[in-house]
Design a protein around this ligand. Sequence first.
Ligand SMILES: [Zn+2]
Ligand SMILES: [Zn+2]
Length: 121
Amino acid sequence: MNGSCLCGAVTFKVTGKAGGFSVCHCGQCRKQSGHLWSSAHVADDGIEITGDVRWYQSSPEAKRGFCPTCGAFLFWKLASDPHISFSLGSVDGPTGARLKKHIFTADKGDYYDISDGLPQF
Ligand SMILES: [Zn+2]
Ligand SMILES: [Zn+2]
């Protein structure tokens, strides 16, 4: 999978095995993306990122990477985990992936329902 931000200044190439295909309903992802954030994770050495990513330290444990030009929310990174999450919405062309779960559904907004039958955590 290859991906890019809206303006194309940041690109990435996934070379490792991606997993954890999920939709996050947490308040931080909703604030940063405008709705939900769909992502997959890959080992730190399984992704090549080019361009100037701006990182926002959203908590002591986690930071969120975005393009400083167009604002696209591309990456999420937990300090203690040797994996990085990348947004599925930024993948160019078919992902070949299927979502597996919804996460942080206790924080979901009240303006939509989750009705696809996938597990919720
Ligand atoms: Zn951009
Ligand atoms: Zn989230």
